[in-house]
Design a protein around this ligand. Structure first.
Ligand SMILES: [Zn+2]
Length: 68
């Protein structure tokens, strides 16, 4: 038997988040809500396992993130 597998880090854009002042760049903008997780796949398409699920908001200017 021959298996091809991989581990991918996926990000999903959940749309606009809250308007907040960034702790890093000090700009007040609307942040984006992002969900990310790591996925173990077989033959690049069959998800076998997912872990490390995180949801956070990201500054559109400097990319700083804040966990929800
Ligand atoms: Zn920022």
């Amino acid at each position: 038997m021959f298996f091809i597998f991989g581990i991918a880090s996926k990000q999903q854009d959940l749309g606009p988040g809250a308007t907040r002042a960034c702790p890093r760049c000090h700009n007040t903008t609307q942040w984006s809500r992002v969900k990310s997780f790591r996925q173990f796949t077989l033959f690049f398409v069959i998800p076998v396992a997912r872990w490390g699920r995180r949801q956070y908001e990201q500054c559109g200017i400097c990319g700083a993130t804040v966990e929800e």
